[in-house]
Write a protein that binds this ligand. Structure first.
Ligand code: NDP
Length: 240
């Protein structure tokens, strides 16, 4: 029986590539999203992957969704916490609302989704969790105090939870993507983007498929000796 994989924010951007790569690897994939019904419908029409709409920052909404997905599709054995947002501003302009939104969506969601799938994974003695961090959580970034804190938090979260899952064959890893060509990065002003690309040793932005390849690797059934790791996929940018 194909294992069920849930990819949050899995119907567009990096998440869509992850969903499709897991499907190609033989997983039964389910994607979640926040509100972009049009993208979700187009994605399901194209791939056959069902999309569930719920806010990953809202614990009760996650609980309801996990219950529904597990009843309709099967127990979640692979979880990819990919949904994320940015609300960039320097400290001078960073409001409490922008702080909370980014922390709750990027980091709070990891707690919500892991908490709700954890008992099942540990009881079944199999689980693969991949949390999507960021190079900006490793290095920091101007105007991203909230985002860097959330992504940096993901890296600590991953290592601590990996210790708890180790004896139950539940692995927990993170991927720290560099700059990937998605809507999130297309929102960066062209002159800033040019400077960013100049600092990427391979000389290009990442592709969503570059990140998806890492997720397939870390969630393989025989990847059971890899846990608590952060895989940097950034064209060598972490060396700068
Ligand atoms: P996109 O903005 O292209 O897509 C974000 C996805 O997350 C969408 O599916 C969106 O749903 C979903 N989402 C956002 N908020 C919520 C929420 N509250 N509840 C449920 N789903 C939500 O992002 P990317 O593909 O660029 O990024 C994916 C991940 O990779 C993020 O965690 C991001 O921080 C990380 N990352 C991205 C990098 C990049 O260069 N792009 C670099 C490093 C890390 P909907 O479509 O409905 O809005």
């Amino acid at each position: 029986m194909a294992r069920v994989a849930l990819v949050t924010g899995g119907q567009r951007g990096i998440g869509a590539a992850i969903s499709e790569a897991l499907q190609a690897a033989g997983r039964k994939v389910v994607a979640s999203y926040a509100g972009n019904d049009q993208a979700a419908k187009a994605f399901t029409d194209r791939t056959g992957i069902p999309c569930y709409k719920f806010d990953v920052a809202d614990f009760d909404a996650c609980a309801e969704a996990v219950k529904r997905i597990e009843a309709e599709v099967g127990p979640i054995e692979i979880l990819v916490n990919n949904a994320g947002i940015t609300r960039d501003a320097t400290m001078k302009r960073l409001t409490r609302e922008m702080w909370d939104a980014v922390i709750d969506t990027n980091l709070g969601s990891c707690y919500n989704m892991c908490k709700l799938t954890w008992d099942g994974m540990t009881a079944r003695k199999f689980g693969r969790i991949v949390n999507i961090g960021s190079i900006n959580g490793q290095a920091g970034q101007y105007g991203q105090v909230n985002y860097a804190a959330a992504k940096s938090g993901i890296h600590g979260f991953t290592k601590a939870l990996a210790l708890e899952g180790a004896r139950s064959q539940v692995t927990v890893n993170a991927i720290a993507p560099g700059y990937v060509d998605t809507e999130m990065v297309r929102a960066v002003p062209p002159d800033v983007l040019e400077k960013i690309i100049a600092r990427i040793p391979v000389g290009r932005l990442g592709r969503a498929q570059d990140i998806a390849r890492g997720v397939v690797f870390l969630t393989a059934d025989d990847a059971d000796f890899i846990t608590g790791s952060t895989l940097s996929i950034n064209g060598g940018q972490h060396m700068y």
